[in-house]
Design a protein around this ligand. Structure first.
Ligand SMILES: *Cc1c(COP(=O)(O)O)cnc(C)c1O
Length: 725
C-alpha cells in the first residue's frame, strides 16, 4: 500500500508566553524545540543570559524565559558577543529545520522521504525537564528520535504525556525510598497543544470496556521529528479515566490494559486524525502492541479478510523486544481480555478463540494474553537489542515456532546505541573537533575517523578528565548543601550524599534503575574487603551509587536500603555515596565525571544496557559483566570484564564468582593502574586504555550506527515488502 505524507496541516502554534525583546524573539522557537538539548551552543546561549536562573530552573528554557530578569535580557541585548552567538545559533537552527531535503536519508532513499515511519513507545527520555521516562527503554526511544531527526528520517512518534511524570525519589535516614508525585504543569514544559480548527484541544476517543475514553493530543518537537503525546486528563472523561495517563507503569492491571488500549488503538487514531498514513510501524517493546489490532480492524472494515489484513500489517510492522525474562513481559488474564475486547474481535471477523490465539500464552497455571506474543505474531520483523539478547530471545520464544530450530526463530538483533551529541561533555566534544576534524559529528559512526584519537596528547586528555571529575564533585557538594539548607536530610545523610568526596581519588560510578538483577550490592558483598580497597594508603577509591526502584518493586527498594545502610557506616570515611533522584541530568554529570563505570547485572538479564556506552564516549572506562552490549564491546584492552563469557545454572554460584572476579580486578588491575604515574604524574597506561575505549566503542555504540541498521535491515525491507502486496 502506498503511503504518503499529504496530511492536514497540524494546528499547533507555539504558545506565546514570553515577553522578549524583539531582537531576541526567536528564543521562544528554540525553547519549544528540543533541538537545543543536543546542540551545546544553543544550551550555552540560554545559560549565558543568566547562569543563575538557568540552574534554578533545572535547564528548562520554557520556565527560564518566563523568569529571567529583564535586566539580564537587556544586558544581552547590548552584548555584541552574545548577539553574534545568538545569530549564529538561530541561523544554524533555521538551516537544520529547513534542511530535510539535504540529509543522509534524503540522499540514500530519496524515493522514501515522504513515507513516514511511526514509532511507538510507552516512554521517551528526551530531557530531564520532561519526566516521561523511567529508565533505559525511554532513553533509547528519546535518542532514537533525536538521531532520526539528524539523519532526516521521516519519523513520527507516539507516546504518553503522563500528568505526574515519573516520581521524585527521596531516601529516608534509614535508606527507605519514598516516592513523591506532583502534577506536572504543562505550561512549564516544551509541549504544545494540538488544536482543531476552532482552536479547541484535538481529542481522540476509544471504547474501553463499554465506555468512551477521550485523550487530547500534545506535540513535542524533537528537531525535525514530531512526537505526539496522549493525555486522558480531559474534563469529558470520568474522574478515574482522567487518571489513566497519570503515571508510568502502574501495577493495576485494569489501568494498565486501559493505558495500552489508549496507546495502541488511540495512537493509531491520533496519527490518522493528524493525516499520517505511515508506511512502516515500529513498536518499541510490547506495550503498544494493540496497534496491530487497530490497523487490522481498519483493513477488515475496508473489505479485507482478517488473513489479508494480518499479512499487510505483518509486512509493515517491526517489533523490538527488550525483556529477556518471560515474567517481565506484559500479559493480561483472559478475564480482562473478555471484558475489554469482546466487542472488538467481531470487528476483526474473529471469534473469541482465534482472537486469543493471536497472543495466547499457555502457562502451567492457566492461559494469559501476552503483549509480546501478539507483537511477535503480527510483526514481520522482530529484534532483540544485543547479540546475546537475540540468542536469549530466540530461545525464550522458540515455543511459538515448535517446528523451527532455535537458530532460525525469526528474531534478529540490532545492538543499541546512544545519541552522541546528547551524552557527550562539552570539553570532550571540543577535543574531538580538534583532533578528529571539524566534521567529525557528520561521520561519527565511521570507525576510521576515530583512529585520530591516538594523536591526543595524554596531558590534554588527562586535564579534561580531571576537570570533569571536579565538576561532578562540585555539583554533588552543591546538591548536598541545598538538601541540608532545606532541612531535608540528617547529618549522617550529609556524608552519604557526597560532601566528603575527593576530586582526585579514583571514582567508580554505579547508577541505573534498582532492579534486583542489576545487583547494585555485588561490590558490597564482602564489606571488609571493600573497606580495605577504599582505604589503601595513597590509593583512595570512592564509589557513587544512584538509581530509583519502581515504587511497587519491594525487593528493589530493599536493595536500595541494603546499599544505603552500608554507605552510612562511618568507617568508610565518606567514600561511599548514594545520590537521590537519578535522572538524565545527574546521569550526565556521573557518566562524564567518574573514572570507572561499573555494571554488574546477572547475566543474561541485561538485554543491552546503554549507560556504559555514554560513559565510554566521554573517556570513562567500563568494568562490567560480559552481558548485553559489553559482551560485544569488550576487546581485552578497552576496559575490564567481570567473570567469563558463560552462563551459570545457579545464581548463588554466579554471584560468588562475579564478586570474586570484581574484587580481583579492582585489587590487581584497576586501582594499581590508575595510580601508576609517570614523572609528570600522568597515568599513561590508564589514559592509553581510555583512548582504546573511545576509539573502539564510540563509533560502534552510537545511535547513528544503530539507526542505520534499523533503516537498512528493518524499515527499508518493510517498505519494499508492503509495496509488493
Ligand atoms: C542511560 C540511562 C539509563 C539506562 O542505563 P542502563 O545502564 O542501561 O541501565 C537509565 N536511566 C538514565 C537516567 C539514563 O541516562
Amino acid at each position: 500500500m502506498a503511503a504518503d505524507l499529504k496530511r492536514r496541516s497540524i494546528n499547533s502554534p507555539i504558545p506565546n508566553r514570553f515577553s522578549l525583546p524583539r531582537r531576541l524573539g526567536k528564543l521562544s522557537d528554540l525553547a519549544y524545540n528540543l533541538w537545543w538539548t543536543w546542540n551545546i551552543d544553543a544550551e550555552h546561549l540560554f545559560r549565558s543570559i543568566d547562569p543563575h536562573t538557568w540552574e534554578d530552573t533545572n535547564h528548562n528554557p520554557v520556565v527560564f524565559l518566563r523568569k529571567v530578569p529583564r535586566q539580564c535580557l537587556n544586558a544581552a541585548l547590548h552584548n555584541s558577543h552574545f548577539l553574534n552567538t545568538y545569530d549564529h545559533v538561530i541561523d544554524a537552527f533555521k538551516a537544520y529545520m529547513a534542511g530535510a531535503q539535504n540529509t543522509w536519508y534524503a540522499r540514500q532513499y530519496p524515493e522514501r522521504i515522504n513515507q513516514p515511519i511511526a514509532y511507538f513507545s510507552s516512554e521517551f527520555g528526551l530531557h530531564q525537564t520532561l519526566p516521561i521516562y523511567a529508565g533505559g527503554l525511554g532513553i533509547l526511544s528519546g535518542d532514537h528520535l533525536k538521531e532520526a531527526s539528524d539523519l532526516g528520517l521521516p519519523l513520527v512518534a507516539v507516546g504518553f504525556l503522563y500528568t505526574q511524570g515519573y516520581f521524585i525519589q527521596r531516601i529516608t535516614e534509614d535508606g527507605w525510598q519514598e516516592s513523591l508525585y506532583a502534577n506536572l504543569s504543562f505550561n512549564d514544559l516544551p509541549v504544545i497543544p494540538i488544536l482543531d480548527n476552532n482552536g479547541d484541544a484535538l481529542t481522540i476517543n476509544v471504547m474501553i470496556a463499554g465506555r468512551e475514553v477521550y485523550a487530547r493530543l500534545w506535540k513535542v518537537q524533537v528537531g525535525r521529528v514530531m512526537l505526539v503525546l496522549l493525555d486522558t486528563n480531559v474534563p469529558k472523561n470520568q474522574p478515574s479515566d482522567r487518571e489513566l495517563s497519570a503515571r508510568l507503569y502502574t501495577s493495576d492491571l485494569e489501568m494498565r490494559i486501559s493505558q495500552e488500549i489508549i496507546l495502541g488503538i488511540g495512537g493509531v487514531q491520533a496519527l490518522r486524525m493528524l493525516g499520517f498514513n505511515p508506511a512502516v510501524w515500529h513498536m518499541n517493546e510490547g506495550h503498544s502492541a494493540f496497534l496491530v489490532l487497530e490497523r487490522a480492524r481498519e483493513l477488515v472494515q475496508a473489505g479485507n479478510s482478517f488473513e489479508e489484513a494480518a499479512n499487510e500489517v505483518r509486512a509493515s510492522t517491526i517489533f523490538t523486544t527488550h525483556t529477556p525474562v518471560l515474567a517481565g513481559n506484559d500479559e493480561f488474564p483472559l478475564l480482562l481480555i473478555d471484558k475489554y475486547f469482546s466487542n472488538y474481535w467481531p470487528r476483526l471477523n474473529l471469534d473469541r478463540d482465534s482472537f486469543l490465539d493471536l497472543a495466547r500464552h499457555k502457562q502451567p497455571w492457566g492461559e494469559t494474553f501476552a503483549m509480546s506474543i501478539l507483537a511477535l505474531h503480527m510483526s514481520g520483523r522482530a529484534n532483540g537489542v544485543s547479540e546475546l539478547h537475540g540468542q536469549v530471545a530466540r530461545k525464550m520464544w522458540s515455543f511459538l515456532w515448535p517446528n523451527t530450530p532455535v537458530e532460525d526463530i525469526p528474531i534478529t538483533h540490532i545492538t543499541n546505541g546512544v545519541h552522541t551529541s546528547t551524552w557527550i561533555a562539552r570539553r570532550m566534544e571540543n577535543l574531538y573537533y580538534h583532533y578528529l576534524g571539524p566534521d567529525w559529528l557528520e561521520h561519527l559512526d565511521n570507525p576510521e575517523i576515530w583512529e585520530a584519537i591516538e594523536k591526543i596528547p595524554y596531558a590534554e586528555l588527562w586535564s579534561i578528565r580531571r576537570h570533569l571529575k571536579r565538576r561532578l564533585v562540585h555539583y554533588i557538594r552543591e546538591r548536598a548543601r541545598k538538601q541540608w539548607l532545606n532541612n531535608r536530610i540528617r547529618s549522617i545523610q550529609v556524608i552519604a550524599s557526597g560532601v566528603l568526596l575527593d576530586p582526585y581519588a579514583l571514582t567508580i560510578g554505579f547508577a541505573r534503575r534498582f532492579a534486583t538483577y542489576k545487583r547494585a550490592n555485588l561490590i558490597l558483598r564482602d564489606p571488609e574487603r571493600l573497606l580495605r580497597l577504599l582505604n589503601r594508603p595513597g590509593m583512595p577509591v570512592q564509589i557513587i551509587f544512584a538509581g530509583k526502584a519502581h515504587p511497587a518493586d519491594e525487593p528493589g527498594k530493599r536493595l536500595i536500603q541494603e546499599v544505603y545502610r552500608q554507605i552510612k557506616r562511618s568507617d568508610n570515611g565518606g567514600r561511599l555515596v548514594f545520590l537521590e533522584d537519578y535522572d538524565m541530568n545527574l546521569a550526565r554529570y556521573l557518566l562524564q565525571g567518574v573514572d570507572v563505570w561499573l555494571n554488574t547485572p546477572q547475566r543474561p538479564n541485561e538485554a543491552s544496557g546503554t549507560s556504559g556506552m555514554k560513559a565510554a564516549l566521554n573517556g570513562v572506562l567500563n568494568c562490567s559483566v560480559l552481558d548485553g552490549w559489553w559482551r560485544e564491546g569488550y576487546n581485552g584492552h578497552n576496559g575490564w570484564a567481570i567473570g567469563e563469557d558463560r552462563d551459570y545454572d545457579d545464581p548463588a554460584t554466579q554471584d560468588a564468582a562475579d564478586a570474586e572476579s570484581l574484587y580481583q580486578l579492582l585489587e590487581k588491575q584497576i586501582i594499581p593502574l590508575y595510580y601508576d604515574r609517570s614523572t609528570e604524574n600522568l597515568p599513561i597506561k590508564w589514559l592509553a586504555r581510555e583512548k582504546e575505549s573511545i576509539r573502539t566503542l564510540a563509533p560502534r555504540f552510537s545511535l547513528r550506527r544503530m539507526l542505520k541498521e534499523y533503516i537498512g535491515e528493518m524499515y527499508i525491507p518493510a517498505h519494499s515488502e508492503s509495496e509488493l502486496l
